[in-house]
Design a protein around this ligand. Structure first.
Ligand code: AMP
Length: 308
């Protein structure tokens, strides 16, 4: 099934206790598309970059079969730039710089060939732009998943965010963001509240502690894979989202049971992402590595118990 991905295609500077990488290729749209490309060959991206975005970035998309017809290149403008610094435990980070640049007035254009897509993944981006993309699709996709972050929960954006949330099926956020959005500390209470704001499904990511899926009164949880080494968590959430929607688009089944499997595939993809710097972990995945990781997940959580 065809998948449309909208998100930031960016230049990132990343600092972790293991090193610094400056102005490397990143962005939510990048991680999502590359991750989804391991599941479906029909990935189409809509984004905007400045002419400082390296050709290598576009080549990487093409090497993964991602259609970039929907990436606008703005002459004499700068790409979205983000600079993040991780603390020692790698679970928390500070955003040191967010320069919207070309994202500031991004007017997403959907190429005619993208119309009719069955699956839509709205990566972390201005909520207004996410909304515009939905409005510009002639036919509503079968499933719309939206990722967002605390930056868009600030007073100047929150109304737009709430409007967009009413237009989607699945919202994907992390635990801190769920608490901020709902004003509830308990994630179960937070999820209940957020599910009244529009989406039918809610994913709450908890970094190295796994991810929840909420739907009506149903809850599913998977841990993250315990890894010996984590080099750079940047993009893990987006890589997770790409694996989640990529798997759904491949199997073309949006039942709760299949979404559980998609959560495991998303988590497996995220485990590759954090093992290397920047996009390196999702660019270099070989052969049956993914199947191996999914097997590790199954082994990790499967047990038998005699109920008396
Ligand atoms: P994650 O680690 O999954 O939260 O994603 C990190 C990626 O999100 C980086 O590659 C950034 O370029 C991108 N990013 C950070 N802040 C924003 C923002 N406000 N809007 C869009 N993309 C962002």
């Amino acid at each position: 099934m065809s998948l449309l991905v909208v998100g930031s295609v960016a230049l990132d500077s990343i600092e972790t206790p293991f090193g610094i990488s400056e102005r490397t290729i990143g962005g939510s749209g990048t991680y999502i598309s590359l991750s989804a490309s391991y599941f479906t060959s029909n990935v189409n991206v809509v984004a905007v970059v400045g002419n400082d975005f390296p050709e290598k970035g576009i080549t990487t998309f093409h090497q993964h079969g991602v259609n970039t017809d929907g990436i606008q290149v703005k002459e004499n403008e700068k790409s979205f730039f983000w600079h993040g610094k991780y603390h020692h435990d790698m679970n928390s980070r500070d955003t040191l710089v967010t320069e919207l640049n070309v994202l500031g007035d991004f007017d997403p254009v959907i190429p005619e060939s993208y119309q009719g897509c069955e699956y839509l993944m709205l990566g972390n981006l201005t909520p207004k732009v996410q909304q515009t993309v939905i409005e510009r699709l002639k036919k509503r996709p079968k499933l719309i998943v939206m990722d967002t972050m605390n930056f868009w929960m600030e007073p100047q954006f929150i109304d737009d965010l709430k409007t967009t949330m009413k237009m989607v099926d699945v919202v994907s956020i992390n635990d801190e963001e769920a608490r901020q959005l709902s004003g509830e500390y308990s994630l179960v209470k937070a999820a209940k509240k957020i599910l009244t704001m529009g989406p039918k499904y809610l994913i709450i990511k908890k970094g190295e502690h796994g991810a929840f899926l909420f739907h009506n009164d149903q809850i599913f949880f998977t841990p993250a894979l315990p890894l010996e080494e984590v080099f750079d968590p940047t993009g893990a959430g987006d890589t997770f989202a790409g694996g989640f929607i990529g798997y759904l688009a491949d199997i073309d089944d949006i039942s709760f049971d299949n979404m559980k499997r998609a959560i495991v595939y998303g988590s497996a993809m995220a485990s590759f992402c954090v093992g290397k710097f920047g996009t390196d972990g999702v660019v270099t995945l070989e052969g049956d590595a993914l199947a191996g990781r999914v097997r590790e997940f199954v082994d990790l959580v499967q047990f038998e118990i005699a109920m008396v």
